[in-house]
Write a protein that binds this ligand. Structure first.
Ligand SMILES: [Zn+2]
Length: 276
């Protein structure tokens, strides 16, 4: 990729009940965690002991439609329920495939997209649009203007040069599940980190991530990126191995040496846990 400075595109903006996609009345709340994922992982409810952690705070969740799982009203109903329906369907197929083939995917570090959708080229574009819609809701919810490039991408324009996706297998989560004997049922939403210019306070980049069990999609929006890497994956989507930077935590688990070695060590560990 090349780094060529153009102009700042991330402005602060309070949408105040306006749909960030079409400008209509925002009367609909998008799920931060997809409802189908919540039901697949935890059942249809009511839940007795399900909790969402945000830092040190916890929030009880009683059912898959809990407001704790949703963004504020940032979209109108047609945008949230009709226009984006193909994106939601593409995402559901992707996650269902990932869930049904966990072991093979972790070992191969590749998701073969033609096995996910009948038309994988349309499917992978729709999947990327699902994540862009998610990012738009996160930005609007945080009073950041959704960049025109993201809205254009939802409306059919390519390419998408300012947004970078990182597709990951989280080795640290796999270790945690294994070591603490935790069930891997879990959904993740990273903090929204903005990078500001010290002198002006302008936002120059924003990043975060979203995750399903051990799978994580990291993203960064930075209009200086001008990435030539395609945002739309395929046909063989390579997954990176990601770790937590909390080495002390991993060291306490007695796996520091095993994990600090290069990727081969992690690969061997994954194979030993998932290969048979
Ligand atoms: Zn709308």
């Amino acid at each position: 990729m090349t780094w060529r400075y153009r102009r700042l595109l991330l402005n602060r903006r309070s949408y105040n009940g306006v749909c960030w996609w079409c400008g209509g009345i925002a009367d609909s709340r998008e799920h931060q965690y997809k409802r189908a994922d919540v039901v697949r992982e935890f059942g249809s409810g009511p839940y007795s002991g399900l909790v969402r952690w945000r830092g040190a705070d916890s929030y009880r969740i009683r059912g898959p439609n809990s407001n704790v799982l949703k963004f504020g009203r940032t979209l109108c109903q047609p945008c949230n329920n009709v226009r984006s329906q193909p994106f939601d369907q593409a995402y559901d197929s992707f996650i269902e495939h990932l869930r049904a083939n966990e072991r093979q995917i972790i070992l191969a570090r590749v998701i073969h997209l033609p096995a996910v959708w009948g038309n994988w080229t349309d499917g992978s574009v729709a999947l990327a649009r699902y994540f862009v819609k998610h990012i738009g809701c996160r930005l609007a919810d945080a009073d950041v203007e959704v960049p025109a490039e993201l809205i254009g991408f939802l409306d059919g324009q390519l390419p998408l040069r300012s947004l970078l996706f990182g597709w990951e297998i989280r080795a640290d989560l796999l270790v945690t599940f294994e070591y603490k004997q935790l069930p891997p049922d879990s959904l993740w939403l990273g903090g929204l980190r903005s990078h500001t210019q010290a002198r002006t306070g302008d936002i120059v980049a924003i990043d975060s991530h979203v995750g399903y069990r051990w799978f994580r999609l990291s993203w960064v929006y930075d209009d200086r990126l001008q990435s030539t890497a395609p945002a739309v994956p395929g046909p063989d989507l390579a997954l990176n191995i990601g770790y937590s930077t909390k080495w002390t935590e991993i060291a306490r688990m007695g796996l520091a040496i095993e994990l600090r070695r290069r990727r081969e060590a992690v690969s061997g560990w994954l194979r030993s846990k998932f290969g048979t």
